[in-house]
Design a protein around this ligand. Structure first.
Ligand code: KPL
Length: 309
């Protein structure tokens, strides 16, 4: 299969690099990483060892492939969609945090698959990504059910040795992932602790409550996700990634913009739409947005604390 990976940061490079063991892969990312991959190939170390030679570009416009995998930060989704809209793809699959797929659907003609990836990845230097944990890719039709395109993409991932599940219940899985992100990412970023320590400490109860709120929003949206199931998923991911720091914790530590809007913003938009109270998610969102404004990585705030770009 011909695959273009749009957003070759840590996770995109890992997934793209693993796919490149069996498929024709083009990575789209930033220099100096792309320059190094072009010159010396991409080295994967840590839990998986590989040295592969995908194409590496900094411009993802006017390309074509069987599949585009989107792995950008959630706030770059619209830019990714605009670039992909200039090319030709049979299918597009998001492996991003947050509920980004609807934005891809709004901008693109091809089938958009929903996906999650629990592989741990760290871009240690240009041209080298460390796999910090072998996880799983789950993908499937955005609105659920069986989908022949998802089956084909799942088979291609499997062929490349990526642990893959083709799921028929992506609406529930997307909300479960949102609950996990809402529970772990904000609280761990606020206390600057690893996922395990953040959940075990005094912030753990707020984290679990954020997950319960997302489960209530899911149910109001017609998706059967119980509060206990959402909390169980949080405990499982926190245990599996106990020593890792969440992407939001890494972003805050590095003084970068976070995915607060795609995670908490998405949950709160839906909470407001369905009239579900979500005070914990709202508090976490306002604290993270407040940090972003103070750090100069977010424009001034309106009354809700949302950016007024
Ligand atoms: O998705 C994650 C992230 O760091 O962004 C984890 C920590 C696995 C769950 O919130």
């Amino acid at each position: 299969m011909d695959v273009l990976v749009y957003g070759a940061g840590a996770l995109g490079s890992l997934v793209g690099g693993l796919l490149a063991r069996t498929h024709e892969v083009t990575l789209v990312g930033r220099d100096p990483h792309m320059r190094r991959v072009r010159a010396d190939g991409l080295r994967i170390d840590g839990a998986i060892d590989a040295h592969v030679h995908p194409r590496a570009l900094t411009d993802g416009t006017h390309r074509s492939a069987d599949l585009a995998v989107v792995t950008t930060k959630a706030y770059d989704t619209d830019a990714a969609a605009a670039a992909l809209a200039t090319g030709e793809y049979d299918a597009v699959c998001s492996l991003q945090n947050g509920l980004t797929e609807e934005r891809l659907v709004a901008a693109l003609d091809p089938t958009v698959l929903a996906g999650t990836a629990s592989y741990g990845a760290r871009l240690v230097e240009p041209g080298r990504v460390t796999c910090t944990g072998v996880g799983e890719v789950v993908l499937g039709a955005l609105s659920g059910g069986r989908d022949p395109v998802a089956e084909r993409v799942g088979a291609a991932f499997d062929e490349a040795g990526i642990e893959t599940t083709v799921a028929t219940d992506m609406p529930r899985r997307r909300y479960e992932k949102l609950a996990v992100n809402a529970a772990i990412n904000g609280p761990s970023a606020l206390v600057r602790l690893s996922n395990g320590d953040a959940l075990a400490g005094p912030g753990g109860e707020a984290a679990r409550e954020a997950a319960r709120e997302v489960a209530r929003v899911a149910r109001a949206d017609g998706v059967a996700l119980g509060e206990a199931a959402a909390v169980d998923a949080v405990e499982r991911v926190a245990a599996d990634t106990a020593a890792n720091r969440s992407s939001m914790c890494e972003d805050v530590t590095a003084g970068r913009r976070t995915e607060v809007d795609a995670i908490y913003g998405a949950a709160l938009d839906r909470a407001d739409q369905f009239g579900v109270p979500a005070p914990t998610c709202r508090t976490i969102a306002s604290l993270i947005r407040g940090w972003e404004i103070g750090a100069g990585v977010r424009p001034a705030a309106d009354d809700d604390g949302a950016a007024t770009e």
